[in-house]
Design a protein around this ligand. Structure first.
Ligand SMILES: Cc1cc2nc3c(=O)[nH]c(=O)nc-3n(C[C@H](O)[C@H](O)[C@H](O)COP(=O)(O)OP(=O)(O)OC[C@H]3O[C@@H](n4cnc5c(N)ncnc54)[C@H](O)[C@@H]3O)c2cc1C
Length: 439
C-alpha cells in the first residue's frame, strides 16, 4: 500500500499537521513510538489532581491553536487561566517579589535597585544593533545587568529552560530583535504599537488549556486520524517517487512525508536519505528538565501563577508553578504545585535520583515560600531532552532545513526543534506544512 501522507511523531506538531491535512482532503498516517499520542503534552489524572507532565497550556493571542481546537470540536472545554494567575513573582534577595506590570508599580517595586531602574529607563537612548547576539548580551546592552538577572534572564530560562549566555536573541526571541531593528528601542516600539492599538504585537494573550488538561486536546485532535502507536521509525529512504520509512514493524511507502520528530531522532533516521540533513539536525542540543509535581490534600495559600528564580538565586530549580491557582487542577480543598528543576544552566541537577529531586523540591519550597508541609502525592517526571536550544548557529540550521524541504518535493520537517518551541508555534508549523501539501 502507498500512503498519501505519513507523519513521523504524534506530538502536537505532528497532530496539527495531520488534522489540517485531513481537513484538506488528504488522509495521513501517523507513526508514533509511544503507547500514547501527544509527546510532551501529556496529562495524568488522579481522583484529586490533573497533572501536566509538560506544558501547561498555550496563549490565546495566536489563532491557529484556537482554530485547531474549534475544528476538533474542543471549544466547549477551553479553559482560560484564572485572573489571579496574572500575578507572577520573582525570587530575588531572599524573598518573592510580585512582577510590576505598570510604570507606577515598577517605580515602587523593590525588585530592582534605583540604579537598575535608571539603567532600564535609559533603554530608548541605547543605539540599535542589527547583528544577532546572545540574549544575555542583548539584554545587558539594552537594559543592563540587573534586568538580565532579575527580569529577562528568569523569563527566558522559564520558557526555554535555556542559558541566556548561549541563546540567540534572533532565533529565540525574533520579534524582539525585529522591534529593535524597526523602532530602535523596545520602549519606543511599545508606545507606538500601543498608540496604533497593536499591543498584541508585543505578545500578551491568556494562558489557555482544557478542563481535562492538554491530553484532552490531544484526544480531540486524534479522533478520526490513523495513528500507529508503539511503532518506531528507524530509517528514511527515498526512491524516485516515494519516501520509504523503515519501522520496527515493517516498511511504509508514502508520497508525502512530514517529520515531526525531535531533532536527535531525525538525525538518526535521516542518515539513509540525506547525510547533510542528519548532520544538521544532530547539531541541535537539548536542555534536560525534571518536573516534581506535589499534590496536597489541603488548601494552600497560592495566589498567582508561581515564580521564577533570579539567575543569581537559581541553584537547582528554574521556577515553581502554582498549578491549582492557575487552572482548576486540584479537587476542592486540595492544591497542586510543580517545581521545574534543571535546564541548560543547571543540567547536572536533572540527573539526580528521585529521592534527591524530591528533597531539592522540598528545600526550594521551604526557602522560597516557607512551605514546610509534606505533599500527599508526588510525581517525578523526567524530560531528559526537554527543550531544544536555539543557539547562535540556529538560523543557519533552519536555512539548511528550508533548503532540504525545497529540494525534496513532498517533504516537510517540523517539530519544536526548528521554528519555535511554544505549542502555538508547533501547531502553526504543522498547519503550514499541511497547507503547503493540500493547496
Ligand atoms: C516541562 C515542559 C513545559 C513546557 N511548558 C510549555 C507551556 O506551558 N506552553 C507552551 O506553549 N510550551 C511549553 N513547552 C514546550 C512544548 O511542550 C513543546 O515544544 C511541544 O509540546 C513539542 O511538540 P512536538 O510535537 O514538536 O514534539 P514532541 O512533543 O517531543 O513530539 C515528538 C513525538 O515524536 C515521537 N517520536 C520520537 N522518536 C520517534 C520515532 N523514532 N518514531 C516514531 N515516533 C517518535 C515522540 O514519542 C513524540 O510523541 C514545555 C515543554 C516542557 C518539556
Amino acid at each position: 500500500m502507498i500512503y498519501d501522507a505519513v507523519i513521523l511523531g504524534a506530538g502536537i506538531s505532528g497532530l496539527s499537521a495531520a488534522k489540517f491535512l485531513k481537513l484538506g482532503g488528504i488522509e495521513p498516517l501517523i507513526i508514533e513510538k509511544n503507547s500514547y499520542a501527544g509527546g510532551k503534552a501529556h496529562t495524568e489524572r488522579t481522583a484529586d489532581f490533573v497533572i501536566e507532565e509538560g506544558p501547561n497550556g498555550f496563549l490565546d493571542n495566536k489563532p491557529d491553536t484556537l482554530e485547531l481546537a474549534e475544528k476538533s470540536l474542543l471549544n466547549p472545554d477551553l479553559l482560560r487561566a484564572n485572573d489571579k494567575a496574572e500575578k507572577r513573582f520573582i525570587f530575588s534577595g531572599g524573598r518573592l517579589h510580585e512582577l510590576p506590570f505598570s510604570p507606577a508599580a515598577f517605580i515602587k517595586s523593590p525588585l530592582l535597585s534605583f540604579g537598575g531602574k535608571l539603567r532600564l529607563a535609559a533603554e530608548p537612548f541605547v543605539r540599535k544593533k542589527y547583528e544577532d547576539e546572545t540574549l544575555a548580551d542583548f539584554v545587558k546592552r539594552r537594559f543592563g545587568k540587573e534586568a538580565l538577572n532579575k527580569l529577562i534572564g528568569p523569563m527566558a530560562t522559564g520558557v526555554y529552560a535555556g542559558d541566556p549566555d548561549t541563546m540567540s536573541v534572533e532565533s529565540a526571541f525574533g520579534r524582539i530583535k525585529e522591534l529593535e531593528r524597526n523602532y530602535g528601542s523596545l520602549f519606543k516600539a511599545l508606545i507606538k504599537l500601543k498608540k496604533s492599538s497593536n499591543a498584541a504585537a508585543f505578545g500578551g494573550g491568556r494562558l489557555t488549556s482544557f478542563t481535562g488538561g492538554l491530553s484532552q486536546m490531544v484526544g480531540g485532535i486524534s479522533k478520526g486520524i490513523g495513528i500507529r502507536l508503539n511503532c518506531r521509525a528507524l530509517l528514511i529512504r527515498k526512491d524516485e517517487k516515494l519516501f520509504i520509512v523503515e519501522t520496527d514493524s515493517g516498511e511504509i511507502k508514502t508520497k508525502r512525508l512530514i517529520s515531526a520528530l525531535p531533532a536527535y531522532t531525525l538525525a538518526k533516521i535521516a542518515v539513509g536519505f540525506d547525510k547533510e540533513l542528519a548532520e544538521t539536525a544532530d547539531i541541535i542540543s537539548y536542555a534536560p528538565v525534571d518536573v516534581a509535581a506535589f499534590g496536597y490534600n489541603r488548601k494552600l495559600e497560592l495566589d498567582g501563577f508561581g515564580f521564577l528564580f533570579a539567575l543569581d538565586q537559581m541553584n537547582s530549580a528554574i521556577g515553581v508553578l502554582w498549578d491549582s491557582s492557575i487552572f482548576p487542577r486540584a479537587a476542592a480543598g486540595h492544591s497542586l504545585i510543580r517545581i521545574i528543576i534543571g535546564g541548560a544552566r543547571l543540567h547536572h541537577m536533572a540527573d539526580k535520583s528521585d529521592e534527591e529531586i524530591i528533597n531539592i523540591a522540598k528545600e526550594e519550597l521551604k526557602r522560597t515560600m516557607d512551605l514546610n508541609v509534606e505533599p500527599d502525592l508526588i510525581r517525578i517526571i523526567r524530560h531528559k531532552k526537554a527543550i531544544p536550544q536555539y543557539l547562535m548557529n540556529h538560523k543557519d540550521i533552519v536555512k539548511i532545513i528550508d533548503e532540504k524541504e525545497s529540494r525534496n518535493k513532498g517533504l516537510k520537517i517540523i517539530g519544536n526543534a526548528f521554528r519555535g518551541i511554544g505549542l502555538n508555534d508547533c501547531v502553526s508549523a504543522g498547519k503550514k506544512a499541511a497547507l503547503s501539501m493540500t493547496a
